[in-house]
Design a protein around this ligand. Sequence first.
Ligand code: GDG
Length: 468
Amino acid sequence: MTAADFVVVANRLPVDRVEGPDGEEIWRTSPGGLVAALEPMMRNVNGAWVGWAGQADVELAPFEAGGIRLIPVALSAEEVAEYYEGFANDTIWPLYHDVIAPPQYHREWWDAYVTVNRRFAEAAAAAAAPEGTVWVHDYQLQLVPQMVRELRPDVTIGYFHHIPFPAHGLYAQLPWRDQVLRGLLGADVIGFQRAQDATYFLTAVRRRLRYEVKGPHVAVPEGEGTRTALARAFPISIDTTPYLELAAREDVRARAAEIRASLGNPKRILLGVDRLDYTKGIRHRIKAYGELLAEGRLKVEDVTLVQVASPSRERVDAYVHLRDEIELAVSRINGDTDTMGHSAIRYLHQGYPREEMVALYLAADVMLVTALRDGMNLVAKEYVATRVDDRGVLVLSEFTGAADELRQAVRVNPHDIEGLKDAIMTAVEMPPAEQGRRMRSLRRRVLDNDVDAWSSSFLAALSEVRGR
Ligand code: GDG
């Protein structure tokens, strides 16, 4: 196999195993944001993508799909339980999202995390060409940068962290806090969503490892001297093209009108789109909305909340409980307020194709993004990109990365239920001229800072480091 000049390392390969036209199993590239961002570059530069194919106990040889060379890393069922569902999704995820749910610390999970990170690092080291570039993604693989560096000191290493990095007081809980910092510092450039995340990381490095930190630069001890690592924010974005194209399509617009009609043409449609995750503030949103109905500030004949909660991490306990809580809250509100012709909440525990998502965005007068903590929140940017008509109102939690950029949204603290209720009323009652003024400014921001701008700025920072 020829060595790759550019190697992406991510937990998942950008493909799903699906049934082909003749009933055979084929690989289909998943429409996720990261693939869209990296696909054009991967094709141009002789790239390879290292990741898990999504099925336990399956050994696969490298293969090609959608013009991208894929290098599968095998995981046993036990490793999926301990490394992925355990350490990544039940230790790091809750800890890094401000312990909204209690993180579980288990030594066996950590051991599995080290083992699996080493397997990813070895696959990346074997794939990279001399003096090549390796770009590692996200919290499942925080040890990979250092492990790759040990195996391949000649390559340039980038790491991008898609979720928040916690304040030091919380980070200090992690029993393996120093090992994780050293793992990340194996990278030449460590990218975060927000300036605040980078600051928290640099504080942890200074306080825990006592390395010298100057602005965004860390002097990492290496051999007799030091090497400089750069840690700063590179806010991620979306590929805006498919959203603009779909929003302009006649059939998608007709579908948006059909959705409105099927809900009984309410005066206002409110929309939430989230993975069913405790970080997304779905309960807070539903509570605020339920109180507005109970108090008569909203009437069930006039409004409908559509909540798409796509299934996620269904084998992790915290997610099982969350689903029960949300479904209880939804059915209570519907039971108390529905009429034969109108439903307060249309709750959909399903995933949809992108066409349907865009039709929903076009149908929604108000988009509710009330995350308690969120690295960026791409849904907010997708809604804005889709609104080619300059209409609609975005209600946006200040605890999302997107809040740093989308200043013309109606900002909320989702913990403040009265404030959230007022924000929902502001959005529901916002006059069209004001909607247009805000949406035009939001759109400019998202269209000018799309995912290409994101990956270009990260890679420019990487090649600057290499040039030194
Ligand atoms: C992590 C960080 C950061 C959801 N349901 C359906 C569907 N989606 C799509 C959305 C959006 C994506 O999934 C979700 O992205 P988010 O950014 O909102 O949130 P996370 O999944 O938590 O992502 C986050 C992100 O990484 C990137 O760095 O922004 O903070 O937590 O694109 O549209 N898509 C379709 N059907 C669904 O039912 N087609």
